[in-house]
Design a protein around this ligand. Structure first.
Ligand SMILES: *Cc1c(COP(=O)(O)O)cnc(C)c1O
Length: 433
């Protein structure tokens, strides 16, 4: 299986190169040359398979000979060692809890898979690999955990001082060893800008053997397709077309859903749930996409004005808004409605949503009303409510308990290196590290 660039201006590369480079030389995103349909026998057995078995079959099918089967098996078993439960809110509406990994957000699926894959690819190489990642919170925590103590890999996480939650900051800054947190005196956009400049800087790229752990990396998307199969299999009765509601920011999670659909999983519709950052619902109406300045909301991991994976969606649908509308329905949900939704879901189902899941829930309610669809719906709940404690707690009468692993890391000492939001100073730091 080769991977091409969405800009189509450089030759296709192997999976290994796509993962290690992150971004194609022409600035495009890597895509598999084909997404073959899984055999009927796979779908016949789906309901009896474990998460790991599904993950192995799907990855093996997509990656073919890119990785020895035994290695792939080992990576999958050690990466996905936590539960992925589907809970029923009603006969029709279900929620897939993607937050039972070590950092309590769905980004653990991608970070843990990618870390093991990169460690395998660089094993035996004399040069260390350096991961540079900008984060507004969840990506940094998942990357810090996923790459912790991986041989031959050095990680620098750039985060904006004072702009990630206290809980997230502890998750980023308390690991130590090969994980260094750089606390940048600026905004998330400044951090992202410094990372982009670093990738264009020959000195840094050569000296540090740099790669990206942001969701432009194809290695993050593949593992996110596994749980669409797993969730569909857990709905009672024969396999049936499901509506997935996906709280979306950079559109990595929902693009992985399209991979699953192309591999033959019956998916009736994707409800692309977004917050005030509403470039895509506007695109679906008008057929024109316009980058927007980022707006801050309660669902901060979805505060993205220019979703990087939308380029992959355009590529998969040949830039045809009519085709995209057949598979996607999108709506923007604002913070007041998010608060009401958290209260409503608790009152009605005794279920605690956090702000990202609440955007997804409010969006799916709107879709069901607009379409009158009777299909079953699966909402992807992307984070644990304890990660957004200050927001959620004041809306809910019972006290939210903090999982042990989160409690433990809150007790550890924060270690970060303060740097100004200045590329030259960050570069000097990295060159002399
Ligand atoms: C990153 C994130 C999202 C958005 O996912 P994308 O793949 O960027 O669309 C949603 N919810 C949470 C909790 C996240 O951390």
């Amino acid at each position: 299986m080769k991977f091409y660039s969405t800009h189509q201006k450089c030759p296709p590369v192997t999976f290994r190169e796509a993962v290690m480079k992150g971004l194609a030389a022409d600035g495009g995103l890597f895509m598999p040359e084909e997404i073959p349909v899984l055999p009927a026998s796979f779908f016949h057995q789906l309901k009896t398979m474990t998460f790991q078995e599904i993950a192995f079959e799907v990855a093996q099918h997509l990656l073919k000979q890119e990785l020895p089967a035994a290695k792939l098996q080992e990576i999958i078993e050690s990466a996905f060692n936590f539960e992925v439960p589907l809970r029923s809110l009603s006969e029709q509406i279900h929620t897939l809890e993607l937050f039972h990994g070590p950092t309590l957000a769905f980004k653990d699926f991608a970070a843990r898979f990618m870390a093991r894959l990169m460690a395998y690819f660089i094993a035996g190489s004399p040069q260390k690999l350096t991961i540079l990642v900008a984060t507004s919170g969840d990506t940094g925590s998942a990357v810090a955990d996923g790459f912790f103590q991986m041989d031959g890999i050095q990680v620098f996480i750039l985060y904006p001082a004072g702009k990630v939650s206290a809980i997230q900051e502890k998750q980023l800054t308390t690991q130590g060893k090969n994980i260094i947190a750089l606390e940048i005196q600026g905004t998330f956009d400044d951090c992202q800008h410094i990372v982009k400049q670093s990738f264009m800087d020959d000195d840094l790229v050569m000296k540090l053997n740099l790669t990206s752990a942001n969701s432009i990396n194809i290695a993050r998307l593949i593992p996110q397709s596994f749980y669409y199969f797993h969730a569909t299999a857990q709905i009672a009765g024969p396999l049936q077309p499901i509506i997935f509601s996906v709280p979306s920011g950079n559109w990595g999670n929902i693009t992985a859903g399209v991979f699953a659909k192309r591999m033959g999983l019956p998916i009736a519709k994707f409800v692309a749930a977004v917050n005030a950052n509403d470039g895509i619902p506007k695109y679906l109406k008008s057929g024109h996409f316009q980058v927007q300045p980022t707006r801050q909301t309660l669902s901060n991991a979805m505060d993205v004005g220019n979703p990087s994976n939308f380029a992959r969606i355009l590529d998969l649908y040949h830039h045809d808004p009519v085709k995209i509308r057949e598979d996607f329905w999108s709506v923007s949900i604002l913070d007041d409605e998010v608060r009401q939704t958290i209260q409503e879901a608790y009152a009605k189902y005794n279920y605690i949503l956090e702000p990202h899941g609440a955007v997804g829930y409010a969006a799916l309610k709107r879709y069901l009303k607009a379409s009158d669809s009777k299909n079953k719906v699966i909402l992807l709940e992307t984070a644990h409510p304890a990660k957004f404690l200050p927001v959620v707690q004041e809306l809910i009468p019972t006290s939210i308990s903090m999982p042990d692993r989160l409690k433990q890391c809150q007790k550890l000492e924060k270690k970060s290196i303060f740097l100004p939001a200045n590329f030259h100073i960050v570069k000097e730091f990295l060159m002399n590290f």
